[in-house]
Design a protein around this ligand. Structure first.
Ligand SMILES: *Cc1c(COP(=O)(O)O)cnc(C)c1O
Length: 428
């Protein structure tokens, strides 16, 4: 257990000076020294190397090679980039495909799973899940003729969910267990191995959403015998706004399952233009149409940075940083009415910290919008009362965490948030 004792800024400087990953911050575009960015769990920063990489993709590859560029390697990029992401999540090179959005991939894989458990009628998820995931499951149930029931496991403290609660929800009627590994609000992290085993013991398939785990915590999909997974590349992977997502199908399941969108890229030989569909035999059967190459390109240099840093070292730093955040919040913010909305146990915690306060919305606005020369902090607000602080160890500093907590204290002590309205913005 990491213990801290000092609330002096000199101590934050010392932690930064001892940080062996500190140089990775130089890999990112950071133009404003007075802006503390703690929202890399929603949209990762821009890697400097992505700029030249994209310039080349546009000017040389698209601009000069034109249609020939597809055969220069572009057409295989969904699987080749997948092979790199596989190293981050403990999968084999041919088990990951970069394609579409997370919501769409969840749709494809959940339908595929339900079709191989035709007699079972229950889908298990939880009340922490990202609403989009639940909407997709609700839509699937309607599409398949209302034969299934979606059962949501609930939390007793709105921070964590016990494995006993999961166990009692799963039974011989369960077709699919579909959970997000790290909860987007509280950062609660499931024991992936244990929950996957529970699903398998009941004969159900397990589908994990890794959006808040990939690039944040080490994963071992093969080690835990995970069936299916989806995940996002614009959060901790720093792939850029709306970058294509990825999906994972364990190799022995690839040919047994079939996703419902039979686009030409899912077929064995798209350029045969056969009038009847015959699916590819590998992970490509989970493709649909032409990949969005420019957005996909930007993911590659960003993933390289994570591989260079190593997930084990990133996790170690992330845990130190979230623990330091919680230590300072306990000292300075708890007396001001804040409550920790994230598990204190490190094995139950992803890479962000949520603080709860009745004035969270206006405090978030004050943090983001305070005029210069104030230090500005960017977290995000998640209803009803969470302020979420993403810790991204590639570029988050201990000094930044210190300054952010000091700034929250200043705003709440001085009631500076009262200058802001409760009016909601389109994106929070
Ligand atoms: C961010 C996130 C998504 C994003 O889905 P999109 O289809 O890319 O909009 C899905 N699931 C979870 C758990 C997320 O955190």
């Amino acid at each position: 257990m990491t213990k801290f004792s000092s609330t002096e800024i000199a101590f934050a400087h010392k932690l930064d000076s001892e940080d062996e990953l500190a140089s990775f911050r130089g890999e990112f575009v950071i133009d404003d020294p007075n802006l503390i960015y703690l929202d890399g769990n929603s949209l990762g920063r821009l890697p400097k190397r992505s700029i030249d990489f994209m310039k080349n993709a546009i000017e040389e590859e698209w601009g000069k090679r034109l249609i020939r560029v597809w055969n220069d390697g572009w057409v295989n990029m969904p699987t080749e980039l997948g092979a790199k992401i596989a190293k981050l999540v403990g999968a084999k090179a041919d088990e990951i495909l970069v394609t579409e959005a997370t919501s769409i991939n969840l749709f494809k894989l959940a339908v595929a799973a339900l079709q191989v458990r035709p007699k079972r009628t229950e889908i298990i998820s939880d009340e922490f899940n990202f609403p989009s995931d639940l909407y997709i499951l609700q839509g699937i149930i309607e599409l398949l003729g209302d034969k299934h029931q979606l059962k949501l496991i609930s939390s007793e403290d709105s921070i964590s969910i016990s494995s006993e609660a999961v166990q009692s929800a799963i039974n011989e009627n369960t077709a699919l267990v579909s959970l997000t590994h790290v909860a987007f609000k509280s950062a609660f992290m499931y024991d992936m191995k244990k929950i996957t085993e529970m699903a398998h013991q009941a004969g159900a398939l397990m589908l994990w959403d890794l959006s808040h785990s990939v690039g944040a915590v080490p994963l071992d999909l093969n080690g835990y015998n995970v069936d299916l997974a989806v995940g996002c590349t614009y959060k901790y992977l720093n792939g850029g706004p709306g970058a294509p997502a990825f999906l994972y199908v364990r190799r022995d399941l690839q040919e047994k399952l079939m996703q419902p969108m039979w686009g030409w890229f899912a077929s064995e030989k798209p350029f045969d233009f056969d009038l009847n569909f015959s699916p590819a035999k590998d992970i490509s059967r989970y493709r649909v149409g032409t990949p969005p190459m420019l957005s996909m390109k930007a993911v590659e240099p960003a993933v390289d940075i994570l591989l260079e840093a190593s997930m084990e070292k990133l996790r170690e730093k992330s845990l130190r940083q979230t623990a330091y955040f919680i230590f300072l919040a306990d000292q300075w913010l708890e007396p001001l009415g804040f409550k920790l909305g994230t598990p204190r146990q490190k094995q139950e915690r992803g890479s962000h910290v949520s603080l709860r306060h009745p004035e969270s919305f206006r405090i978030t606005r004050a943090l983001i919008e305070s005029p210069v020369p104030a230090i500005r902090v960017i977290p995000d607000f998640r209803a009803p009362d969470n302020i979420r602080f993403g810790i991204t160890p590639l570029y988050t500093t201990f000094t930044g965490i210190y300054q952010a907590i000091a700034r929250i204290r200043e705003i709440v002590e001085g009631k500076k948030y009262e200058e802001y309205s409760n009016e909601q913005l389109a994106v929070t």
